[in-house]
Unconditional design. Structure first.
Length: 135
């Protein structure tokens, strides 16, 4: 009877060990969690600015993409700084720069860098335009 009990306990331990191993190798997800991406639209519908050296204007709708859900209040509190930075960058464009192929990608990079510097953060990861018209 003593040998039977030892064999049963050994079998239970082996079965539990195999089950735990299968769980960790088959079911455990070792990939990194997806990056958080939150969109924030600065107050005010659009940015309309004069293009440098031109009678034309640029109208742009800008959306900031940040990598933290905890920044919503911070962004609202700093809305004036955000708008001022965006307007400053947009006003320094001339008509040729605004219409050039690839200009929106260059502008996105400039805005991400400038906003992170002005806000003293590194959470602005992308800029999206929901409107971009030179008139």
């Amino acid at each position: 009877m003593n040998k039977k009990l030892i064999i049963i306990i050994a079998l239970v331990v082996v079965v539990l060990g195999v089950g735990a191993g299968l769980y960790f190798f088959v079911f455990a997800d070792d990939s990194e969690p997806p990056e958080v991406r939150v969109e924030y639209t600065p107050a005010g519908e659009f940015f309309t600015v004069n293009l440098r050296g031109s009678a034309r204007v640029l109208r742009a709708g800008v959306v900031l993409v940040v990598n933290s859900e905890d920044l919503e209040e911070f962004l609202k509190e700093n809305n004036n700084t955000i708008r001022d930075t965006i307007i400053f960058i947009l006003r320094n464009l001339d008509e040729d720069e605004a219409r050039a192929p690839g200009s929106m990608d260059i502008l996105r990079e400039r805005l991400v860098t400038a906003l992170n510097e002005q806000l003293a953060i590194d959470n602005v990861v992308e800029i999206r335009f929901n409107d971009f018209v030179v008139a």
